[in-house]
Design a protein around this ligand. Structure first.
Ligand SMILES: C[S@@+](CC[C@H](N)C(=O)[O-])C[C@H]1O[C@@H](n2cnc3c(N)ncnc32)[C@H](O)[C@@H]1O
Length: 368
């Protein structure tokens, strides 16, 4: 019986998948619920594989959530696997067999989900550049490595002297309690925010330029928005646009920014960020872009069109944890960072600098 070969973690994933389906009011467990279940085991081999492939669990979760429809939760309901989800389990078994593993672990479930090819989980993974071939290679690599006890080492390759970030962060002035609560929330949920160092830098740029109109693309639960809005308020007031495609994150942002008394400055939009900028229109003093990196190149035309002359475009993650120096990295996100860097450096209407703080912030001023 297949189930007996499941590792403890793989069993938990199936249990979580059932919970996810129940919470969404579904009657069956589909591939997307299996993937959501897999994302909840953040210490698993599957999580390590995805991390090594440069795809964060939060990102996968966010991406799936875009396609989910919610109805009333059905707690206690009996949950069967859909035919596709059953096929994922069969494929996981087959992947384990091919690797000569006599157990079915989270890594095999991940491979099964990719290989199934047609379900929502496979489509999301493929969109994020997770291919079967690459995932198989990374799985084999990880299985070949000697087992080491979990280390507290950061996931990112070290770009800087280990004490640099700590030192720079210690120089950021004391922050309101709500900003600190947002930082704690990001740590607890493993959510990627720009962090205090970059936040303080955005505050400085906004004050320096006297900006009163800021548009932000990819705002999460509003941490970077808060820094811009605090500065705009000091500049005498204006508007900061918060855009994220996830309703839930937008609600969280409204709660946090209410706590900072910034609701009169921030305008909230739920939707795809580049399209929203086009729809809302207008000219801005600052446009900050922090959307999925594969979308960076296509954002550039729209961002530059909506900046006033003398205005500043800001892009985060332009060092992409050092992956920009890895010639074998063909992920869409890494290529997106490369392509945007090229577009901006060849754009004679702009002058720019790439600042090596945290994961790299590119700052470009519109000259004409
Ligand atoms: C890296 S997080 C950054 C959050 C925010 N800038 C901060 O530092 O606090 C990016 C957020 O934007 C969302 N996102 C990514 N691409 C997007 C897009 N094209 N349109 C709307 N939201 C997007 C992600 O789901 C995530 O919530």
């Amino acid at each position: 019986m297949l189930w007996q070969r499941f590792t403890e973690r793989a069993r938990k994933v199936i249990f979580y998948a059932q919970e996810e389906a129940q919470q969404l009011g579904e009657t069956q467990v589909s591939t997307e619920h299996l993937l959501l279940g897999l994302m909840r085991e953040s210490d698993s081999v599957a999580a390590r594989i995805l991390d090594r492939m440069g795809v964060s669990l939060q990102r996968i979760r966010n991406e799936i959530e875009r396609y989910l429809t919610r109805s009333e939760a059905r707690y206690g309901a009996e949950m069967q696997l859909t035919l596709r989800a059953k096929r994922v389990i069969d494929l996981a078994y087959d992947e384990a067999r091919q690797l000569n593993n006599n157990y079915i672990g989270t890594e095999h479930l991940l491979l099964g989900l990719i290989r199934e090819g047609e379900g929502l989980a496979a489509r999301v993974l493929s969109k994020l550049g997770v291919t079967l071939e690459a995932a198989r290679q990374v799985t084999a690599q990880i299985q070949d490595e000697p087992r080491t006890p979990p280390s507290p080492a950061p996931k990112r390759p070290k770009l800087y002297h280990p004490r640099l970030s700590e030192y720079l962060e210690s120089l950021v002035p004391p922050r309101p309690a709500i900003l600190q609560a947002m930082e704690a929330h990001a740590r607890a949920t493993d959510f990627p925010i720009v962090g205090p160092m970059v936040g303080q830098f955005f505050y400085l740029i906004t004050r320096l330029t006297g900006a009163t109109r800021v548009f932000e693309l990819g705002s999460g639960f509003g941490y970077s928005t808060a820094w811009f809005a605090l500065a705009v308020r000091e500049n005498g007031g204006g508007e900061v646009h918060h855009v994220v495609w996830d309703e839930n994150l937008s609600q969280q942002a409204q709660e946090f920014l209410r706590g900072l008394d910034l609701l009169d400055i921030v305008r909230f939009h739920v939707g795809e960020a580049v399209q929203t900028l086009q729809q809302v229109g207008g000219e801005y003093d600052i446009i900050f872009c922090d959307i999925d990196k594969d979308g960076y190149p296509a954002s550039w035309q729209v961002v530059k069109q909506h900046l006033r002359v003398g205005g500043v475009a800001l892009y985060d993650n332009m060092l992409w944890s050092g992956r920009i120096w890895d010639d074998s990295d063909t992920f869409a996100a890494t290529q997106g960072v490369h392509e945007l860097t090229r577009l901006i450096s060849e754009d004679s209407d702009f002058t720019f600098s790439l600042l090596p703080i945290r994961d790299g912030v590119l700052m470009a001023m519109k000259l004409r």
